[in-house]
Write a protein that binds this ligand. Sequence first.
Ligand code: GLA
Length: 372
Amino acid sequence: MPISAKFFETFGAEPEVIAQAPGRVNLIGEHIDYSDGFVLPFAISDVTKVAIGRRSDGKFSIASVQRPQHKVLVDTLTPKSGETWARYALGTVWALGVEGGFNILIDGHVPVGAGLSSSAALECSVAVAINHLLGLGKSLEELARITQRAENDYVGMPCGIMDQSVSLMGHKGFALLLDCRDLSTRDIPFDVASAGLELLIIDTQAHHALVDGGYAERRASCEKAVATLGITSLRDISVDAYIARKAELDPVTYLRGYHAVTEMKRVIDTVDALAANDFERVGRLLNESHRSLRDDYTVSCPELDEAVDTARAMGAIGARMVGGGFGGSAIALAKSSLIPTIKEGITASFGARGFKPPRFFTSLPSEGAHVI
Ligand code: GLA
């Protein structure tokens, strides 16, 4: 049933606007968006759709096609009000600072908990829909900052700006080189198919409890490195200059910052490698990114390491964990002909280690959020 019909069934009125926004995978540039780095994600083909209509009583009602029993009604928006799943939508309305009320129906097809940014997809679809419906005229950069604020201050997750930016600004066929300092972007052609390759997304189905605390703790370490070194951000120091100042930092803080400064360099090197169609080099950079996230930043987990190691052992030219870590997804770049073997190998190795069975996706770079 189309979302407009579902909306009518749920709220007894026609929706006034329908919009969609995609999830993302990050090719490279992990855990550096909150350190003003460059990142290289792309929007995936899985999207969240929302249908929205105004209400005259100033209230907010949220329903989800995926949770038909759970219609949420909220009188006023204050951070953390509403059920957890509804907060991403409510928080976005709150961060937009608009007068209520609204009926909002969500139809989400970005796998939840897979590290593919289903939350950003939801926030961005609501933001684009209301921006259009009320003629707010906000730019995509403004909407990225607003949706990040929704997640930081309403939901309470101290995320950076990458996921929302690429969900809003991604383009079909391109990875998005995003400067997280000023949100300027460059579209980087990402056509692995023409090189006979495919980017496999492996959802480990693991969700470790560390997620929230671990993320905030890593962020705090980067801030500590910046404060101790007396610099504006980790963006403003070269790898060599950082290494030269090792003695000024405690060992853990040093390693966290070392991940950040080297990962920033790897993003730029990946852009160069893509421009030269040098996918072997891209693969090496993905591998090095994973090593850094596992050993220096310590945000990987046994399931992610197993997926990455097995993919490589079965012939992938590069693989790494993506997103915040402690579970979620990994990516593997491999010859298309090897993908079935890699999937089988990972499924078998997960079985042997007693992990939940993994899920596999693949996606070409897709279009960012828009009204439909
Ligand atoms: C999560 C956050 C992003 C980013 C990544 C790690 O997805 O939402 O802002 O920090 O983790 O790169």
